[in-house]
Design a protein around this ligand. Structure first.
Ligand SMILES: [Zn+2]
Length: 264
């Protein structure tokens, strides 16, 4: 998790103001919105596009939906769900896990319990990965929240504690299982969100599966080096990702999500 120094730190002010006006309903606090543009670092302000504003609003709605579901599921197990913070950004951002470049995409940082959503990733999903539709983005948000759930349940720490005892190949395999479980939790969320809030339109699950398919490791050629990219670890194949999302969606049962035992 080697970090790099963040650049473009002073750009956010105007944008944060704009967004807080836009989101006057207080869905999230202005300090959690960090829209900068790494490419224009240091020379002026950056105004989010209309599309980015719409994506930001959509992401906050999805996050709220995840909170409804996870509060209930944690309560059923007799524990409290602690909501993650949401940071939306375009370009680059700093995080408790280090510097994230424009190429990072969405990620979760267990150190500061924040979900970082790269608003431009929605466009990238559609244009570059051919996974369009708003539910594709919802799946991405739900996947990152899945990592937060793993953090709350202690799974992330358990895997992290294996570092040093396992060789690189074994550790990589554990990372894959962690990723697949986040996909599974995204599916569990979709199952319950549908029951609670009737969120799904026809074709939504296909959109999520299509996104899972599009951003599997065997399809992802993107190389990210020198930055901390929690979600640039191996994610598993497209087939594995679709399998686990679907299993979560079909069962809606958290106890079915032991990706660490199951060999597929
Ligand atoms: Zn992930």
């Amino acid at each position: 998790m080697g970090g790099r120094v963040a650049i473009g730190g002073g750009l956010g002010g105007l944008v944060i103001l704009l967004l807080s006006l836009f989101f006057g309903n207080g869905n999230f606090s202005p300090e959690d919105v960090n829209i900068g543009n790494g490419g224009d670092a240091g020379n002026g302000s950056y105004t989010p596009t209309e599309e980015e504003n719409q994506n930001a609003q959509f992401v906050s709605v999805v996050l709220k939906d995840t909170e409804d579901v996870w509060h209930e599921l944690f309560q059923e197990q007799g524990s409290d769900y602690v909501e993650p913070h949401l940071v939306m950004f375009t370009g680059s951002t700093d995080s408790g896990c280090g510097y994230a470049s424009a190429a990072t995409g969405p990620f979760y940082c267990p150190v500061d319990s924040k979900v970082y959503i790269d608003l431009s990733f929605y466009v990238e999903l559609a244009d570059r990965f051919g996974a369009s539709g708003d539910f594709a983005m919802a799946y991405v948000v739900a996947h990152e929240v899945g990592h937060h759930v793993q953090h709350l349940l202690g799974t992330t720490d358990k895997i992290d504690a294996m570092r040093g005892r396992l060789n690189e190949r074994q550790m990589n395999a554990m990372s894959v299982k962690l990723e697949l479980q986040a996909d599974f939790y995204a599916g569990v969320w979709a199952n319950h969100a549908q029951k609670m809030n009737d969120i799904l339109d026809p074709g939504d699950i296909e959109e999520a599966l299509n996104a899972a398919n599009a951003i599997g490791d065997d399809r992802l050629q993107q190389q990210s080096q020198g930055y901390v990219v929690p979600d640039a670890f191996t994610h598993g194949t497209s087939k594995q990702r679709m399998y686990w999302f679907k299993k979560g969606f079909d069962t809606g049962d958290m106890s079915e999500g032991n990706t660490f035992d199951e060999v597929d």
